[in-house]
Write a protein that binds this ligand. Sequence first.
Ligand SMILES: NC(=O)c1ccc[n+]([C@@H]2O[C@H](COP(=O)([O-])OP(=O)(O)OC[C@H]3O[C@@H](n4cnc5c(N)ncnc54)[C@H](O)[C@@H]3O)[C@@H](O)[C@H]2O)c1
Length: 670
Amino acid sequence: MARGVQSHRHRCRCGPFVGADENRRGKPASRAPRETGWSPDRGDRQFRHRRAASRRGTIGGRRTGHAAHIARSRPQARAGDGPSAREFRRWLRAHLRCLARTGRSGRFADRLSRAPQSAGEERGRSSAGRYRCDSSHPSGRLRADGSADAGGAFRADRQRRHPGRSACSGQAGAGDARSDGTARGGRDRRRADRRHRHRHHSCCSRAPAGRAEALRALCPEGLPLWRWHRLEEDCGEHFRFPDGARTVKICTVGLGYIGLPTAAMLASRGHEVVGLDVNESVVDAVNAGQAHFQEPDLQMLLSASVETGRLRATTNAESAEFFLIAVPTPLVEGNGPDMSFVEAAARTIAPVLEKGNVVILESTSPVGSTERLADIFAEERPDLVFPRYRDEDRDADVALCHCPERILPGQMLRELVSNDRIIGGLTTACANKAARLYQSFVMGTCYVTDSRVAELCKLSENAYRDVNIAFANELSVICDTLGTDIWQVRELANQHPRVNILMPGAGVGGHCIAVDPWFIVSSAPDEARLIRTAREVNDDKPRRVVQSIAALADRFKSPTIACYGITYKPDVDDVRESPALEIVEAVAELDGAQVLVVEPNLDALPASLAGRENVRHATSDEAREAADIVTFLVGHRQFKRLEADSYLSKAVVDTTGMFSTRKAKAVERD
Ligand SMILES: NC(=O)c1ccc[n+]([C@@H]2O[C@H](COP(=O)([O-])OP(=O)(O)OC[C@H]3O[C@@H](n4cnc5c(N)ncnc54)[C@H](O)[C@@H]3O)[C@@H](O)[C@H]2O)c1
């Protein structure tokens, strides 16, 4: 780990959410995701873990096959971290059941506090009918509420009906705690417990029997018990702020794609959250428990958080202990950063700041933005002392940090919990204070560093991806010029163990990868030559795609062109900076063109297309029937189910590779 970067772990020493299918964390000491060096020993270890995972059928939560192949051929490849989507969803649902039942914060600790604290207490309580120690069970474990016979009958019946399925249940409310964990036999459970004892922190293994049983009772169905322990124990059960409090009041400024999931997640962990937004319709929607954009599980989490009174939205700033700023940072004309939203947000919260507050900038920002924030606050609040960059001796009243958000639309909630975080303080003290908040809900490692490093880190991540995508896009253009199939070139080149060419596409869109590299370019225009060129290559790709479509359209008098997908990436409803949308807008300008847009993620066309007479929202079937030219611009999952054969009679421009049918054949050696 680089000097000056500290890693904040949870009290658990074995690192966050170690999964059975994880490959690079055999031991706590190997938890070093930032390792870049490759050692034969490490490779061997990774390989063994991956092979074990592949035998179990999953790598990083996905079915193996391709992933296993990658793992074998590329030892440095990182299979997924943290919980799989399915595991996360189970956890989330069980967590929300707790939230609904307790009617308060829903914190796991609340339930635990009502669970028996010792075996003696447990026996004493058994007649009260909630938890009951079952001495007839091979391991003497709690099994069911009510009579032992009823529990036994239930378990036996369940095992008959679902052989090989865990009997752990999330249905742990009063009167129904069944937790024998037996269906796959005591062996699995014992193995899980053993693994848990070895890998888990000591406070859990020393937990009184009653608490351990309560943990077992809450384990969601199908989730390995030791993983459930990890989820709950890592994420907040033992968590305390320095003053001993478990929860704090947080104000999230901006309730958009980042602010709203963060606010809902914090509320679900028991914090009191106030969402501040300038947009009244967003505030009204949130207060009604309605998410104003699509994101898996967000609606569920949001309505639970609002119903339990842990989250509310407002247009007026109010005091809080933590402030999280997640407002837009778009580009201005000439590709410079537009920091006006961040500055406005800072001036809005400045009047309510108090001594001891922590302000965290989550918006992606150019290097130096956190320092600029401190200047704005100092202007607005001369009565408070604000920190200066790396001035560790200054006794500041308010802590200021940058903590970039790196979650992926489509799996935001899962990544909010499982991603590692970079916490860059103006001083170390600032960063440490912010780290406490993230530790209350993040299972990943929190890396503490200074604000400039954190700012550049996020920008570098996206610039790195942009450069790699630019390579693929440039290659696709070269292949078009040379009359070669890019999909075959890519597939075969990637057989090389140290080559991994990304998928080319219609361009690069969204509000991160297409924007953030410019923040680096604007800060260091003479030095960032590769980053600038990559941006230009990617920005030019839509024009190339339009050229290909126009060349085909020339063959028809009045071509009908079906465009599949206009969002900026697959399976989202977001069209910001979408290259596909840019292409459709240009195609609509072609002479005599009738454009049919197939976009299953949108109910209506965006404003830039809605007004045009020659553009219509269509179903896939309609488009296939009517089109002369078909263009696949976004690889939505609905399109992957389409029959490639039914498009054989059409002129096709496929930027997604979904319909690439020519495959190289492997020749068996004698
Ligand atoms: N969306 C992503 O996938 C993603 C991922 C990582 C980082 N980011 C970064 O996070 C930041 C926020 O992005 P987003 O996608 O959530 O933006 P967004 O446009 O979805 O939401 C921003 C919200 O902030 C509100 N707002 C604007 N000015 C405000 C002010 N002065 N006070 C209070 N509220 C204000 C807006 O009304 C809007 O609801 C950006 O810097 C972005 O680059 C976004």
